[in-house]
Design a protein around this ligand. Structure first.
Ligand SMILES: Nc1ncnc2c1ncn2[C@@H]1O[C@H](COP(=O)(O)OP(=O)(O)OP(=O)(O)O)[C@@H](O)[C@H]1O
Ligand SMILES: [Mg+2]
Length: 336
């Protein structure tokens, strides 16, 4: 890939700034002469860390091409200037819709949410299973899932990604990523493998269906993570309490149950018990494909207000038989 040459850039507006405190970069929205929009990430200050993230992102994005990964258009590295050019995503990020300034508009109806979950899962499955060498993203979160004009998910921000050499099951590294999404074995011991992304994806799934933040501050300053929040509702079968109230009850109950169960499998405290992203894609597609289905969690569902009679369930598909809940509260590592 050659260096970037933006010809005929009609205008560039500083449009988005990162949420993180360090503010080491800007994302600019640029309009090309042809009326095409692009997004340009510009490093604000050149530090060794920022330069490393720039190099990793260019290296990784230059290797991959998938409908659910943000497309790289080019880059520029000269003097103290570092720029990366991407496809522009007009519908911004999942974060904007779940917690940000577009959340009150509720543009994400239930089918869109399921579709975004499947798309993001497919992008990750591609990184884990098809890219060569395999790639671990390490920063899966709502602000790094961007949405195109049709609300298709595009996984973005590869500055923390790790290329995994053939035959290596895990690496030990310095912990990067975002609190609330970090797998316990990674947060505590820096042990990184594909299953760390699976854990983060499980948190993201819960966030997509509930619009809850991964970590919530309770009165008195105590922090509660989204898995701790969802588990009692899940056990009681109180699924209406789990669904984002902005959906106003317009969601498919059986799909919601399946998605929560998949999320809880993904966030199992033991990395070896988590599914692969290929399985997650399969399960999500299975959940989206059928309205009525049976899943067999080992976490018992109580007599909650949302319980469905056995008679309501349809036939058991192969994916459903794999969907058994392994995790319980006691299984889980104590979270932060
Ligand atoms: N290609 C793009 N098209 C449109 N908007 C984008 C694009 N890339 C990024 N953005 C917007 O810019 C915002 C800032 O992105 P950036 O990755 O710098 O920070 P962040 O993801 O919000 O936080 P963090 O620093 O934790 O990564 C994103 O949340 C998104 O709304
Ligand atoms: Mg980001």
């Amino acid at each position: 890939m050659g260096n970037l040459h933006i010809e005929g850039a009609a205008s560039c507006n500083k449009q988005f700034s990162p949420r993180s405190q360090d503010r080491r970069r800007w994302i600019w929205k640029c309009l090309l002469g042809s009326n095409k929009q692009i997004a340009v990430k510009r490093l604000k200050t050149m530090t060794a860390k920022a330069e490393m993230e720039f190099a990793v992102e260019v290296e990784v994005l230059g290797r991959v091409r998938h409908k659910n990964l943000l497309g790289l258009r080019g880059f520029y590295a000269g003097g103290d200037e570092r720029l990366i050019v991407y496809d522009f995503m007009p519908n911004q990020s999942l974060l904007t819709h779940l917690h940000g300034h577009l959340s009150s508009n509720c543009l994400l109806d239930w089918p869109k949410r399921i579709n975004i979950a499947i798309g993001a899962a497919e992008g990750l499955a591609y990184l884990h299973h098809e890219a060569n060498p395999h790639i671990i993203h390490r920063d899966i979160k709502a602000s790094n899932v961007l949405l195109d004009l049709e609300f298709q998910a595009k996984v973005a921000d590869f500055g923390f990604a790790k290329l995994i050499p053939e035959g290596v099951s895990h690496l030990t590294t310095r912990v990067k990523g975002t609190l609330g999404y970090l797998a316990p074995e990674y947060a505590m011991w820096g042990k990184v493998s594909e299953s760390c992304d699976v854990y983060s994806f499980g948190i993201l799934l819960l966030e997509i269906v509930s619009a809850k933040k991964p970590i919530e501050k309770l009165p008195g300053g105590v922090k509660r993570d989204i898995v701790q929040w969802v588990t009692p509702y899940f056990q009681k079968g109180a699924f209406n309490h789990i669904a984002d109230s902005k959906l106003k009850g317009k969601f498919d109950l059986d799909q919601l149950k399946s998605v929560v169960m998949i999320a809880l499998r993904c966030t199992d405290g033991s990395p070896e018990k988590r599914p692969s992203m290929a399985e997650v894609v399969d399960w999500l597609k299975g959940a989206a494909g059928k309205r009525r289905r049976e899943v067999t969690p080992s976490l018992s569902l109580g007599n909650g207000d949302d319980e469905v009679d056995d008679d309501d369930y349809g036939e058991i598909t192969p994916y459903q038989s794999k969907l058994k809940m392994a995790s319980t509260d006691s299984d889980r590592h104590k979270r932060r």
